[in-house]
Design a protein around this ligand. Structure first.
Ligand SMILES: [Zn+2]
Length: 714
């Protein structure tokens, strides 16, 4: 983390539109009648190019917190430094009021990688009390307990990077920052140590030739992990021998430079750029990375845990399979969806994950036979799961004697649902760790106790459940749920229907979701902040096509901090899924299960052509973001003159839409489509009939011309 000084605010944020969005947020929060409605944040405001580009420039295209580069492999997220849907403090104290009024505030928007934003979740610890609601951001004098990269101080005073890529804290703020953002996640540490090595090597290779420009390149603003590099270079300056010790061999050549020679080039160059060790570094800071690691006993609410990687050997039908989960989505939520033929091992994968995360006691509670989980060609099964924020992966070993694990962390919340999800009739008020994943192993373990819990739960939790159901169930957004005569009843425009009378598809899905919410609300104050890992086999089962197409986006919205790992063989469930969230798994002839590399662009997958037939009744199969892009594109197309910025964004949009193959690939067809779009845009803006008629003629002629041009060429 380095210090970033805020530039001026994009004009768009004070536009009439954004002012009205802010006004409606204010209205929503001052009304008490909204307990069953979820506040909708207008995310188009931060995705608007002026704002998003502004953030890209402000943070040099890097995560404000971990300094990783953002791009195709790690999409950029807009993070609210002060969370806007309620804030968690230390020791689990929670304020539902903070900080909705900073939702569209420039100084609260930070460019972030998905993992930092997701790991932070709704945590925002302060010392003392939080500010009064609606305090302007410039007047906010809370004393924050994590490092603000846009604050006054230097993050380097709190964080110390070691040679192995790990970061240690030099203060309480540093310690909390490392934990809350998960700055020691395994992939990130590897990346950092790799980069550090590369820069040492570069410096050695170019040492006598052009060391000054090596330094300039290495420490320019656009570089990733600058804080670490500043510190590394500062070490060299204070002790050039140190540098000799670190990288004596490059490409097999040993560099035998004496300290005096080094110092001659090194010290003046570094001095020139005025790099010093940060003043508050402890005396033994040079050796800090070799010191015994201080174990921080984090409070459960201080740390988020998500699956980063899984390695499976000899588990049921899976001989060997490794999957990375690190790529998560630009809105901070994390999904992984596994596609594959039946019998390829999708269910086994979820079971392996569930058991490893829940621990051997749960396997015993579920009365699982270890032998039935071991691949027929193996003596034992082993599963290794890497969690974000944990130094040591969790290992589960299964042999004929039983289940063995090294896990000591019991704070993980895991829920698992199998492909057959039946409503139970028995009343079960308990909710054990085994019961949370039982359905994944036994179709006969019903999801039970739902109505009783709904009837008995307090008003605020009941409203939260209803709010989520309204988001997730199709066509439920206009109705209200009430409790009446010992039943839960859905009321919509005068009509009443009780839960038991809904169709099976609705009932089983509601049962699963309420079961999940019961568990989450048991530990977390609200669903907006609730974290956990949810595994669902065959997510689209029991749903009609229109519902399948919305289920992922809807669950994302209702459970923004939950990691979902799901399977499906239904292409409809892929709507709302981003490219790096899909894995296709296949079985080779020799029994190895592997993930197919180089998948096509999922966001532009054309299931629409199959699905636009009338009996599905689908009005639009476009991804919501693509739909928005199309709209903006049409609007710009309809303008007679364009400013330079507008022209630039038109080009950008055209590229986006083109690459999503909404247009056909040949230039001829693209041109034709462009003319048609111009016409449609004019039509949608209600131009006069006379103008339209003229335009139709011109469009026809233009298209005829291209077709003619084609004839001549062929
Ligand atoms: Zn990050």
């Amino acid at each position: 983390m380095i210090r970033v000084i805020r530039g001026s605010e994009p004009e768009y944020l004070s536009s009439k539109y954004v002012r009205s969005v802010k006004e409606s947020a204010k209205k929503f929060h001052s009304s008490s009648r909204n307990s069953q409605i979820r506040w909708k944040v207008d995310t188009t405001v931060f995705r608007y190019f002026e704002v998003f580009d502004g953030l890209q420039r402000q943070f040099n295209g890097k995560c404000a917190y971990c300094e990783s580069f953002l791009g195709i492999n790690s999409p950029a997220t807009v993070d609210h430094f002060r969370p806007i849907r309620g804030s968690l403090g230390l020791n689990g104290d929670f304020s539902s009021e903070h900080y909705w009024w900073y939702a569209y505030e420039w100084k609260n928007l930070y460019l972030s990688c998905a993992l930092c934003s997701q790991t932070k979740g709704n945590r925002f610890p302060v010392d003392g009390s939080r500010c009064r609601p609606s305090t302007p951001i410039d007047k906010n004098s809370e004393s924050i307990l994590i490092i603000d990269p846009c604050g006054e101080g230097n993050p380097g005073d709190h964080l110390m990077f070691g040679e192995d890529g790990r970061v240690q804290s030099l203060s309480r703020e540093g310690e909390l920052t490392i934990e809350i953002f998960g700055l020691n996640r395994i992939a990130l540490c590897d990346q950092r140590s790799h980069e550090l090595k590369r820069f040492y090597e570069n410096a050695v290779l170019h040492f006598s030739i052009d060391f000054e420009s090596v330094l300039k390149n290495a420490l320019g603003n656009g570089n990733s992990y600058l804080q670490m590099k500043y510190q590394a270079y500062a070490k060299w300056m204070s002790d050039p021998n140190y540098y000799l010790k670190r990288v004596p061999i490059v490409n097999g050549t040993k560099f035998d430079l004496r300290a005096e020679e080094l110092r001659k080039v090194f010290v003046p160059t570094l001095r020139k750029y005025d790099w010093k060790p940060t003043p508050s570094l402890p005396r033994n800071w040079l050796n800090i990375s070799e010191r015994e690691d201080k174990t921080v006993e984090a409070q459960p609410l201080e740390v988020a845990r998500f699956v980063e990687r899984i390695e499976i050997r000899g588990f049921k039908s899976i001989k060997e399979l490794n999957i990375n989960f690190s790529g998560s989505n630009a809105d901070g939520s994390s999904w992984k969806i596994f596609l594959g033929e039946n019998g390829v091992g999708k269910t086994s994968l979820l079971q392996a994950l569930a058991l490893t995360l829940s621990g051997p006691n749960v396997a015993t509670d579920l009365a699982l036979n270890p032998k039935s989980l071991i691949n027929e060609n193996s003596k034992n099964a082993s599963v290794r799961v890497y969690l974000s924020g944990d130094k040591i992966p969790i290992d589960l070993d299964i042999n004929s004697q039983g289940f063995f694990s090294n896990s000591t962390f019991s704070g993980l919340e895991v829920y698992g649902y199998g492909a057959v999800r039946l409503l139970g009739v028995e009343n079960s008020s308990s909710d054990t760790r085994a019961q949370r994943i039982a359905n994944l192993f036994y179709a006969t373990k019903y999801i039970s106790g739902i109505s009783d819990w709904l009837l008995g739960v307090d008003e605020s939790k009941f409203n939260q459940v209803v709010r989520a159901l309204r988001d997730i169930l199709p066509n439920a957004s206009t109705g209200l749920f009430v409790r009446k005569m010992k039943r839960v009843i859905y009321v919509d425009r005068g009509a009443e229907i009780s839960l038991e009378n809904l169709s099976d598809g609705y009932q089983t899905t509601i049962a699963m979701l309420v079961h999940l919410m019961r568990g989450l609300l048991d530990r977390w104050p609200t669903l907006d902040v609730a974290e956990g890992i949810v595994l669902i086999d065959e997510i689209g089962v029991h749903m009609h096509p229109q519902w399948k197409m919305r289920i992922v986006s809807n669950l994302r919205e209702a459970f923004p901090r939950v990691q979902f790992v799901v399977t499906t063989h239904d292409p409809l469930c892929l709507r709302g899924i981003k490219n790096n969230e899909v894995e296709v798994i296949e079985r080779r002839e020799d029994g190895y299960v592997w993930r197919r590399p180089n998948l096509p662009d999922i966001e532009s997958l054309r299931i629409d052509q199959i699905l636009m037939s009338e009996h599905f009744g689908l009005s639009s199969t476009l991804e919501p973001t693509m739909e928005a892009a199309m709209k903006e594109y049409q609007l710009l197309m309809s303008k007679r003159t364009l400013s330079q910025d507008e022209q630039a964004s038109l080009n950008q949009l055209r590229e986006k839409i083109n690459s999503a193959s909404l247009f056909s690939r040949s230039r001829r067809e693209r041109l034709a489509m462009q003319f048609i779009d111009e016409y449609l845009a004019a039509e949608s803006l209600n131009h006069k009939e006379q103008d339209l008629s003229n335009m139709r003629e011109i469009t026809k002629k233009k298209i005829a011309d291209i077709i003619g041009a084609k004839r001549e060429k062929s």
